[in-house]
Write a protein that binds this ligand. Structure first.
Ligand SMILES: [Fe+2]
Length: 296
């Protein structure tokens, strides 16, 4: 289970890697399911070995502790995720960070510090080792707090009421073609975010990266010859509402009932049978308080 020291690291740095109770045999089955799904492009929710992973009680227990909640449920399913080997020459690390760093969740510090926490708990379950050179995700520790404090300062009360939400944003320069444009994350520390040095979220097979993606992080080129294999799952406290863009909300409302039917009766509660907690939240209508000053 996640320790108090690990919880403190999650709160202060926005990311922590923890052990899981999965045995080598269970990991072998999960990795074989991941390989099958990648090779056949099959529906994950029809693979019994995949269902065994998603309904394992450990993820739910970690999410409860993390979200300080008596009850939690999935906010998204269990997405098989591949970071395939890139081909050389590899991009300069500073360039990769400057191009890729972003946040996925928008929430205020009050949301994060509430009980239950109004945040998406993101758990990345690693099915093979993640050394730094195998495309380990890069994370800027502590940036979740400064950025959420910024949203606490600038957002209007009626917008704070529509958080937390999935809302991808990045530091300037935001390309005018980006969906988020002209919204951006201003520099809030002593150094510009794009010049900061992120840390690789390295892990051993079977460990779980517990991530708060309200902070800056980035995908990274895999310089190894094997893919990085993950299953990503995310959770929300029961009774807390969260927002998704229309396409993601539509997808969730389509697959949640199908996933729920595959679960053992004693595990079905991890997928809610209603969507009262899930509101639609898109880039439009715009929230002007997140525009740069040059866009009044
Ligand atoms: Fe992300």
């Amino acid at each position: 289970m996640i320790t108090d020291a690990q919880l403190a690291q999650y709160e202060e740095q926005g990311a922590v890697t923890i052990d899981s109770p999965f045995t080598t045999e269970q990991l072998d089955r999960a990795e074989a399911a991941w390989d099958r799904l990648r090779d056949n492009g099959g529906a994950p929710y029809e693979d019994p070995d995949y269902i065994e992973v998603i309904q394992h009680p450990y993820f739910e227990e970690v999410a409860k502790k993390l979200l300080r909640a008596d009850a939690v449920h999935l906010w998204w399913g269990l997405a098989p995720h591949e970071r395939a080997p890139a081909s050389a020459p590899y991009d300069d690390p500073r360039e990769q960070w400057a191009r890729g760093c972003h946040v996925d969740i928008q929430a205020t510090l009050e949301d994060f510090e509430a009980t239950p926490r109004r945040m998406r708990a993101e758990l990345w379950f690693w099915l093979n080792d993640v050394p730094a050179h195998r495309g380990a995700m890069r994370i800027l520790p502590g940036s979740h707090r400064s950025i959420m404090a910024h949203w606490s300062r600038v957002l209007r009360p009626e917008h704070k009421a529509e958080l937390p939400r999935v809302h991808g944003l990045r530091p300037a320069p935001v390309p005018a073609t980006a969906a988020a444009f002209p919204e951006y994350i201003p520099d809030l520390g002593e150094r510009p975010y794009l010049e900061c040095e992120p840390v690789p979220a390295v892990a051993r097979r079977g460990q779980i990266l517990v991530l708060c993606s309200a902070g800056l992080h980035s995908a990274w080129q895999n310089e190894d010859i094997v893919p990085r294999k993950a299953m990503g799952t995310s959770w929300i406290a029961a009774g807390v509402s969260g927002g998704l863009p229309k396409n993601q909300r539509d997808a969730l409302m389509d697959f949640f009932p199908r996933l729920r039917r595959q679960l053992r009766p004693d595990r079905a509660h991890i997928v809610p049978d209603h969507f009262d907690w899930l509101f639609e939240s898109d880039y439009d209508p715009r929230w002007p308080e997140t525009f740069p000053p040059s866009h009044p």
